[in-house]
Design a binder for this molecule. Structure first.
Ligand code: GAL
Length: 656
């Protein structure tokens, strides 16, 4: 069911008035400045635990009461955070078990953030209690519009509590059958058979770290620990404010948590977007990568609008060199997010901190404290522009094409040892196959292998090394029913537990679906390039390639180098009423683009609009609005639907 949470584009971001309570005049000035900047929302309380509970069980809500009222009376909504991302010193001091233990087995001292055990019953109890108190306090506050749970969940803990929780997780996963675990981890190898669950510890460099199936289990356990930690956090919130939507902010393509799984537990997906605009000559690669992330997060809930929970209004402080983005890039970043399905443009942070770690991170209000800055003016311009885009708020997006970029697969790809160990770049590979659609103005979803394929005319699965239990049958059914499925090198090699499929690749019945057999896989060092063709054009073979034989598939290209010259490199197989394609080699230049353009033409996959644009200008349709965005540092001419020409300035946009 489609859910619409907002009727306008939310414009705001992290607001930390608790850092400024000793200068109330600054907080009053914030209200004036927020209105000037067209801010309609503030995210409050993300790291406020020590202000809210200065001593155990002693709550101080007075400052937050005043803030909630002040923001509300100034027409600004509140996204209220739970503070579990960082905790007060008293808590760590009194209950050391809440502190995280690193892989080296040493418990951390108090400090930084995200430094907590995910399993600790004490920490869960304390988090639950403060969340309950916050929810009770503000359940009827008119400013409260959404919950922001914790902040960027991440990391893992290796303490004894987590070790036992991992063992319990494994018992459940393997039906309490140790033999099943031994078989699945192939523990006959190096004499690793286990005879008691207590012999298992988390993977670590000074212990077991070569069983890839075990590492995959650990990854899944860590994801489930985060989800159950989150479920514990939201229990009182759901109970007390059942109608207020809940989110937690994700971080780009962070590999430590399976976001595709986690997203199912959120009302709305949100993510923190820090593109590297301005850090190289051209912004186009960063624009494509950011578009890919937006589409990934949007696809996690079937096209439901998401929130861009954070972005910087100017620079960050955590790159090696923190270059200022050029004028207009902030607005373009905002517009790009809305074009791809965001219902919010939010910043980290509203006012620059005076001290500590992030005092040189960009903020809407700089240390000068007034509105007379380039950054402030640009944010205000963005805010005014967003007010005119309410028509797209809540509008879902559909796509004709899907790229499978699966979190679980990414970890399996990361863990195995073999072939080209240096060049795995799973996400880069997915982006490579996404990019041609971005260039063509064809909207694409980025999905997991668990998602529904049937609504797409074309599904591309780059480097889909691992299959889950039903993936093979989903691919078979999709192609049989008329779909176009593209798989690339090292596809369908292992099952969900990282055991290799026997009987030849690709797995089981997929040999029939693709009409091929893959006999061997070759890897090429960086300085060695092979040659292969597709549709008569010759390409380099980079890093890895499969040596395949046609078993009925049409041959669209062949290898031109090494002992496998003459064997197929790209194939097409008719199966049922659809087609299955196999691209056997990796190429870092034109192959993905040429292949996707050929497919789009052949299968009538047309651009979302008739606007014709040059390289680096992206066109995106959302609802009735067409967004045209120029990521070039030069002005560009575009041709509109009626054939007329217009110029779009460097780093500027149009909404038609
Ligand atoms: C985010 C984080 C914020 C802030 C920001 C700086 O990852 O959620 O709290 O640290 O980075 O870029």
């Amino acid at each position: 069911m489609e859910k619409k949470f907002f009727n306008h584009i939310v414009h705001g971001g992290d607001y930390n008035p608790d850092q400024w309570l000793k200068t109330p005049e600054i907080i009053d000035e914030d209200m004036r400045l927020m209105k000037l900047a067209h801010i309609n929302s503030a995210t409050v309380g993300i790291f406020s635990w020590s202000m809210l509970e200065p001593r155990e069980g002693v709550y101080n809500f007075q400052w937050l009461d005043e803030m909630m009222d002040k923001l509300h009376s100034n027409g600004i909504d509140v996204i209220l955070a739970t503070p579990s991302g960082a905790r007060p010193a008293w808590l760590s001091q009194k209950y050391p078990e809440v502190l995280r233990v690193e892989e080296n087995g040493i418990r951390n001292d108090f400090g930084v953030r995200h430094n907590h055990c995910l399993t600790s019953p004490v920490y869960r109890k304390k988090v639950n209690a403060i969340n309950r108190a916050i929810a009770e306090r503000y359940k009827n506050h008119p400013a409260l519009k959404m919950w922001h749970i914790s902040n960027e969940y991440c990391g893992e803990c290796h303490c004894e509590l987590c070790q036992s929780a991992f063992r319990e997780w494994l018992k459940k996963y393997y039906d309490n059958d140790l033999e099943k675990l031994n078989d699945s981890w192939w523990n006959g190898f190096w004499s690793h058979r286990i005879t008691d669950w207590s012999q298992i510890n988390s993977p670590k460099y000074r212990g077991e770290n070569h069983i890839s199936a075990m590492k995959l289990c650990w990854d899944r356990f860590v994801t489930d620990s985060h989800i159950s930690f989150y479920e514990n956090e939201i229990a009182p919130i759901r109970e007390i404010t059942p109608d207020i939507p809940i989110t937690t902010n994700f971080m780009r393509m962070y590999n430590g948590i399976d976001y595709q799984k986690f997203a199912k537990h959120l009302d709305l997906v949100s993510w923190d977007n820090y593109p590297c605009f301005g850090e190289s000559e051209s912004n186009i690669d960063a624009a494509v990568e950011t578009a890919f992330c937006h589409d990934t997060f949007r696809s996690m809930k079937n096209g439901q609008p998401f929130f861009m929970m954070e972005s910087t209004p100017s620079l960050v402080n955590w790159h090696d060199v923190n270059k200022l983005p050029k004028p207009k890039m902030q607005t373009l970043t905002a517009i790009q997010s809305v074009a791809h399905g965001a219902d919010s443009v939010q910043y980290f942070q509203w006012r620059k901190s005076r001290g500590s770690h992030e005092k040189f991170h960009g903020a809407v209000v700089d240390h000068c404290g007034n509105e007379n800055t380039r950054v402030f003016r640009e944010v205000a311009t963005t805010g005014a522009a967003l007010e005119k885009l309410s028509n797209v708020a809540g509008v879902y997006c559909d796509s004709k094409v899907a790229i499978i970029c699966d979190w679980d697969n990414s970890r399996a790809v990361h863990h195995f040892c073999g072939y080209n160990n240096k060049r795995r770049d799973y996400y880069a590979e997915c982006i490579k196959w996404y990019r041609p659609f971005w260039e063509m103005g064809v909207s694409a979803d980025v999905i997991s292998m668990d998602d529904d394929f049937s609504k797409y005319g074309l599904v591309i699965a780059p480097f889909l090394y691992m299959l889950k239990d039903n993936t093979e049958s989903k691919i078979e059914e999709y192609v049989r029913n008329g779909g176009n499925f593209v798989m690339t090198y090292l596809g369908a090699v292992v099952d969900k537990d990282d055991l290799c499929y026997l009987g030849g690749l690709p797995a089981n019945g997929l040999k029939k679906v693709f009409g091929i057999w893959c006999e061997e896989t070759d890897s090429l060092p960086e300085n060695m390039k092979g040659k292969a063709t597709f549709n008569g054009k010759e390409y380099d073979v980079n890093h890895v390639c499969d040596i395949i034989h046609s078993k009925g598939a049409k041959i669209l290209g062949e290898y031109r180098s090494d002992f496998y010259a003459g064997l197929p490199s790209v194939t097409e197989n008719e199966y049922g009423s659809g087609k299955a394609y196999y691209v056997g080699f990796r190429n870092d230049e034109d192959l993905a683009g040429d292949f996707c353009r050929w497919m789009a033409e052949k299968e009538n996959i047309s651009a979302d609009s008739d606007i014709s644009v040059p390289c680096g200008v992206s066109v995106r349709k959302r609802g009735d609005s067409i967004f045209v965005m120029n990521f070039n540092n030069e002005d560009k001419e575009i041709i509109l639907q009626d054939g007329s020409k217009t110029v779009i300035a460097a780093n500027d946009y149009l909404v038609l």
